[in-house]
Ligand binder design. Sequence first.
Ligand code: PMP
Length: 511
Amino acid sequence: MMGAAHADLSDYGQNVRKIDMIKRRQEKLAGSALFYHDPIHLVRGEGVWLYDDEGKQYLDCYNNVASVGHCHPDVVNALCGQARQLNTHTRYLHDNVIDYAEKLSSRMPGNLEVCLFVCTGSEANELAMRIARSATGHNGCIVMETAYHGNSTLIDELSTIAHPIASERPEHVIAVEPPNTYRGPFRRGEHDNLGERYADLVGEAISELDRRGQGTAAFLCDTIFDSQGALEAPKDYFQRVYEKVRAAGGLCIADEVQAGLCRTGKWWGFEHYDVIPDIVTLGKPMGDGHPVGAVVTTRELAQKFTGSALYFNTFAGNPVSAAVGKTVLEVCEREKLVRNCEEVGAYLKRGLSKLAEGHPIIGEVRGHGLFLGVDLVHDRKTKQPAGDISSLVPDAMKARGVLMSMTGPYGNVLKIRPPLIFSKANADQLLRTLDQVLSELTGGAGRGSAPAAPAGQAQRIGKGVITERKLEELAARGCERVQVGPGVVITPLAIDKARTLDIVIERFINN
Ligand code: PMP
């Protein structure tokens, strides 16, 4: 999750319409952050491509909402066709919701055979927790540190990223260290039995929940560990954890809001670990942009829950949403997107590892399929997170027409999560651009080579990224004004720095 502060609207150059939109947003949309220092006004999408209001094309390497590609014609046709005919809630007979439930559950292993539809990932996790609590009679939940699972009251409590101080969390929440074998407490090359060691932390959490009189209702985990920096858990981690949780009478919930639907090179992220959860929660990619989510579970658990609780969702599973969800699954099958994610993901991962050979800032490349994390470090030995550099990468990539972001507890992991239809040619473009950007940000092109600006006179910068450090260098040379070209990215921290250094930043258009 990345948002930028937008303190000074004069930074947004000549685009009057954009300035007006930002002002109106700031006035009327509470707490809604925008990506990038210079936010993008997108007006069109097609496949892996996005287009802004000035016609600039961007390669989307970040968006797993538009899973099968922006505006996929089959999905748009299904949506429009059904919307023209009928849309209502699920208390009438309609083929779409039944067809969708049959198709979705047929893609699940074991006896995960019934669906409860929702509109968002938050709703899916909330419902999953209700099912777990009612089925187990327990109250407690084990999650990862820096987890994000959604925005309802209960799920916000379980989203430890929003509640970093353990002592301030409710009694029923215990967070464990995620299985980060690169920089976590137990590391590859330094410790053995990593799966066992990390799973033992869950065992300790179960004992603690018992001590607190909460019991374990559920272990809730995002199987690609997005907010922990896109991790690959040890192969036996989930098996060991699931065993412990079930022995304590708890249920295992796989949050597949990020990892689900082909993304990791398998239909569902948990399939990498040879486990079958008790409850699977789905959201984000299921509707290619349309709000479609689901909880998939066993008949027994669903019956226990619906026998004792009321669950009705006005919009979920309506004829339009179900038509969209079903079409997305059909597209995944027809376009063989599991295989595409596996093949292109492996190709991209190899390319990133190759890039690491020339860029010591890359500490580790990890992840599955088309959900990859690139852990940036100042020093490969100490693994000191390079969050200061990684925070500059998205803006610098954007300036070159590639959209991506960063994640992880230190914000130092580049997050690559393109639409599932991403091709090897797209991967090549991403790799080429990242190569340039990392060179530039780590002292390659541009750093320290600019001629000194005479005191009081303007320094013109036609391309690249203006960082805090760059401004400090310019200030040390007596520069008081910086004129930047339209493609130049100024980081939010650099904007603040300019104020403290008394440097005026101006945009010039014809460079
Ligand atoms: N689970 C995970 C792992 C997520 O990343 C998110 C959203 N970022 C959610 C749940 C919540 O989904 P939604 O925003 O659709 O409520």
